[in-house]
Write a protein of this length. Structure first.
Lengths: 739, 152
């Protein structure tokens, strides 16, 4: 129990734990200390704007309240009871408005602007500024997603502190000094970093705005819908702003255990995929040599029924990890109980073993030792987890990354072997993990048996008995686990893998883009694809049924912590949503599937989630208790790591964050997609006389790609990294030469 | 330059402490901090060019634009201002035919206004290629300009 202190604010006595910020202390007592620059998530207060001036007994001058903490006996007066403080704040606002344009009527921030609101409450009602104000070119593109109206900037440094101290990308910086300071990037290059969009939300004025949202809506015309991002397995809580049923922007909705109010740019900006020009809005039938022809829903359902009936049960279903649990369950119930089609390609392997070491993501901040095993950068697999790691590191935690580009270098694909070594008695790091009360393991690689590998390690290190120690597995898909649960909940029966495959049902664009699924499709007589985008299905699907996006669905999804979260429909889809027609189709097979997500959830939750109801999930879902299950034994046959012989290099392909069917359809995000580059270690580049920026030829048995070289000083010699969309058909070992 | 900066880096517990000396090396080498020079410094320190430019822009001693062969700087901060720094600066402007912050057409002389040069007791302080002349009065200016032009 921390020591409590008693202080007086505006004649009111308040008791709080010692060290609580004065702004929070006052807020707790229902008293406002207005702020601009203060934002505890950005680190220590900087006292840049002076909006928070308060009078403190015994101090001759007004103090910046945001820089103070609660102390015993402090007597504080805010503008409410102190004329001096009121005058100070009034003067501060007059200064802030000295060069600030009065363009609120055409400013996107107008109506939800702290500067406007605080001027209304604390500022001068008139201006004495009769001189011309400073002006700049405007808007300045900070990036294709962010615009800067420089004359509106009040130099609170929130944006640059975010770039420096939260995202640690050091790209958005202040230039010059004092009143001459400008917010800028290097040489007007775009601010290209995975979390850049957060600065728009942080800016307390209309200086940094979203190019997608500029001039799109006024605050009194919009509706905000609380939902959850399912573009990756983190599941950040978001607020979706809509106007007339259309999504206009996505804002964070702070879940302190999941996202701390930060979003990555994919989650924030990718929503315009809803309006992609190749969005499927009608069922389509493949026509020889002419692509697709539109058919009516009635025809589509008849055709689907006919094809499914004719399959004689020889049906395989490929599901995407981006489905909601309800949608996956509806489909599973129809196919499994109605048609006995038990063969599925699930988005990924999942294992409940990890639940025995469950922790909220926020526990990372409190850990003292964090070990990340695997070759994939955490930011590419589960972006916001990377921010938690950075926060932990800044707080003094030791973060060890073990992989082909880690702080400890290992051969690619050796994550499982690393786990084995850490569990062994010879490992010093393993010993420290075992001894720590607050240690965290993270698996950031493909494979890992759905979390079983890292769970086995956690078990051997004795984490089960330590509430502060735990393990995370970073999956490849947003809701792969929920989809697997839904599939399992629909039936207990099993069936053989059909051969040959009569019908392949592909649900979702993610599965439809998967090369393995495409390979199956070649062996199937008929392919039914439920997709959002026509081009994804073009050339191989026989029947296309329109899909919807997570922003258009009600339902639930389970994130990487194992937290079940509630999605709400923010936008009305241009097509009937999956459950509604699945329900009709199911009825034709005598299967009862509700067209509404709530009863569907209730039905499946009875089987797999202990009878939980949607209402219990709430707006900020809680994390279930740790499961009491014994840790699995480690898998004895781990894949051996591939050594490099110097001439041939090991190719390490990775799936970039900014990839996938949705991102490809968002013009503003194209600059974030990975360049056609190959990352080389310093040694390998030197040996081949290659420097950064050179064009090089990457070759393996019969295939080749011309890419630009980029030197990565952290990469293990003998390894090259290429984003999978550029690696395409290259084999596991490649040669790199200068043409 | 990469190796030179590594040596400096090794002297500090934190890389960031090496930013100022590294920038100085780059400026000495290129005359001013060109974008490429900033990229080089950033690469050697494992920082971003934006960060290095941000730091450099804070200090008057770093040039983010080309400067002339000779550099004349006039302190216009408070103590010097009180004893007529503005008049001294204007005298330079007139004599050189350029405004503060500009370089003569022949690329010979750059004139700049400077924040406190740390010689407040002898204002107005004028620095010619970082060598102080103090105190300078407007009437001293033609002689100084002549000397600079003559290469003295
Ligand atoms: S751009 Fe906005 S967030 Fe950045 S310093 Fe200016 S006012 Fe603050
Ligand atoms: S981190 Fe993942 S869940 Fe969060 S905003 Fe980005 S894509 Fe969405
Ligand atoms: S909020 Fe306190 S100085 Fe800005
Ligand atoms: S004010 Fe000119 S040297 Fe200090």
């Amino acid at each position: 129990m921390p020591e409590l202190v008693t202080l007086t604010i505006d004649d009111r006595e308040v008791q709080v734990p010692k060290g609580t910020g004065l702004v929070e202390t006052a807020m707790g007592a229902g008293i406002e200390i207005p702020v601009f620059c203060y934002e505890p998530r950005l680190g220590p207060a900087v006292g840049a704007c002076r909006m928070c001036l308060v009078e403190i007994e015994g101090m001759p001058k007004l103090q910046a309240g945001c820089t103070m903490t609660a102390q015993d006996g402090l007597v504080v007066r805010t503008a409410a009871t102190s004329d001096k403080a009121a005058q100070g704040q009034n003067a501060t606002l007059e200064f802030l408005l000295l060069n600030h344009p009065l363009d609120c009527p055409v400013c996107d921030k107008g109506g939800e602007c702290p500067l406007q609101d605080l001027t209304f409450r604390y500022g001068p009602g008139t201006t004495r500024m009769v001189f011309p104000k400073r002006t700049f070119d405007k808007p300045i593109p900070i990036s294709p997603t962010i615009a800067l109206d420089r004359e509106r900037c009040i130099l609170c440094y929130r944006c640059t502190r975010f770039s420096e101290g939260v995202a640690e990308d050091h790209q958005l910086v202040p230039r010059n000094r004092g009143a001459q300071t400008l917010i800028t990037t290097f040489e007007e290059e775009p601010y290209r970093a995975p979390f850049s969009g957060n600065v728009i939300e942080l800016c307390p004025v209309g200086a940094l705005t979203s190019t997608q949202y500029r001039f799109e809506a006024r605050p009194w015309e919009i509706q905000n819908v609380p939902t959850v991002c399912t573009m990756c397995p983190v599941g950040c809580n978001v607020t979706v702003t809509t106007r007339e049923g259309k999504v206009k922007r996505i804002l964070s909705r702070n879940h302190p255990e999941v996202d701390q109010g930060w979003l990555c740019d994919k989650g924030r900006f990718a929503f315009s995929h809803l309006r992609a020009e190749d969005r499927v809005t009608q069922p389509l039938r493949r026509v020889r040599r002419r692509g697709f022809a539109t058919i009516s829903w009635e025809e589509a359902l008849d055709e689907t029924e006919r094809v499914l009936r004719g399959a004689g049960g020889r049906i395989v279903t490929a599901l995407s990890g981006s489905e909601t649990i309800e949608h996956a369950y509806g489909l599973a119930k129809l196919l499994r109980t109605g048609l006995g089609a038990h063969s599925a390609v699930l988005p990924e392997e999942t294992d409940v073993a990890i639940d025995a070491f469950r922790l909220p993501l926020s526990a990372i901040r409190g850990a003292e030792l964090i070990v990340v095993v695997g070759d994939d950068p955490v930011a590419e697999r589960a972006p916001v987890v990377d921010l938690w790691l950075k926060l932990a590191r800044r707080g003094g935690a030791e973060v060890v990354t073990i992989g082909a580009a880690g702080s400890v270098l290992t051969a690619p694909g050796s994550a499982a072997q690393t786990c084995r070594e850490l569990a062994g008695s010879g490992s010093e790091l393993g010993r420290r993990l075992r001894e720590s009360e607050r240690a965290i393991l993270i698996w950031s690689s493909p494979g890992g048996h759905g979390g079983a590998e890292i769970a086995a390690l956690a078990g051997e290190l004795g984490f089960a008995g330590k509430p502060g120690s735990g393990a995370f597995h970073l999956p490849a898909t947003p809701n792969g686990r929920g989809v697997a649960d839904a599939w399992a909940a629909a039936s207990d029966d099993e069936g053989p893998n059909p051969e040959p495959i009569a019908v392949l049902v592909v649900s979702g664009d993610e599965a439809a883009s998967d090369p393995h699924v495409r390979a199956l499709a070649e062996r199937a007589e008929t392919v039914i694809a439920i997709v959002m985008f026509e081009r994804v299905a073009l050339g191989w699907a026989d029947l296309v049924l329109p899909g919807t996006s997570y922003l258009e669905r009600d339902g639930t999804a389970m994130n990487l912590e194992g937290r079940l979260q509630r999605l709400r429909r923010a936008a009305i889809p241009p097509v009937a949503d999956e459950l509604s027609w699945l329900s009709q189709l199911a009825a034709r097979f005598g299967v009862d599937v509700s067209p509404y997500p709530a009863p569907v959830f209730e039905e499946l939750a009875g089987t797999v989630y202990g009878g939980l109801t949607l209402g219990e999930l709430g707006e900020r879902a809680a994390l279930a208790e740790r499961a009491q299950i014994p840790a699995p034994a480690p898998d004895p046959d781990t894949e051996p790591a591939r050594p490099s012989d110097g001439h041939y290099l090991n190719l390490l392909p990775y799936r970039p964050l900014f990839a996938g069917a949705a991102v490809e359809r968002v013009p503003e995000l194209q600059f974030q997609r990975p360049a056609a580059e190959v990352e080389l270690s310093w040694d390998d580049a030197q040996r081949r006389g290659i420097s950064s920026g050179d064009e090089v030829l990457v070759r393996s048995n019969g295939t080749s790609a011309t890419l630009r070289a980029r030197l990565n000083r952290r990469l293990l010699p003998g390894v090259v990294r290429i984003a999978d969309e550029h690696a395409r058909d290259l084999h596991a070992t490649v040669e790199v030469t200068k043409p | 330059m990469y190796d030179e900066i590594q040596e400096i880096k090794a002297q500090y517990p934190r890389t960031r402490s090496a930013v100022l000396p590294a920038l100085r090396i780059a400026q000495q080498r290129y005359g001013w901090l060109t974008p490429d020079a900033l990229r080089e410094v950033a690469d050697a320190l494992d920082e971003t060019p934006a960060f290095c430019q941000s730091v450099a822009s804070f200090y008057d001693m770093f040039h983010l634009a080309p400067v002339g062969r000779r550099l004349v700087e006039v302190c216009t901060n408070i103590s010097c201002a009180l004893v007529g720094a503005q008049q001294v600066l204007e005298a330079f402007e007139q004599e050189l035919g350029i405004r503060a912050g500009e370089t003569t057409d022949d690329g010979q002389v750059t004139l700049r206004a400077l924040e406190c040069a740390g010689g407040c007791g002898w204002g107005t302080v004028v620095a010619v290629d970082h060598r102080y002349r103090e105190p300078v009065r407007p009437e001293d200016v033609p002689a100084i300009v002549q000397e600079v032009r003559d290469g003295g």
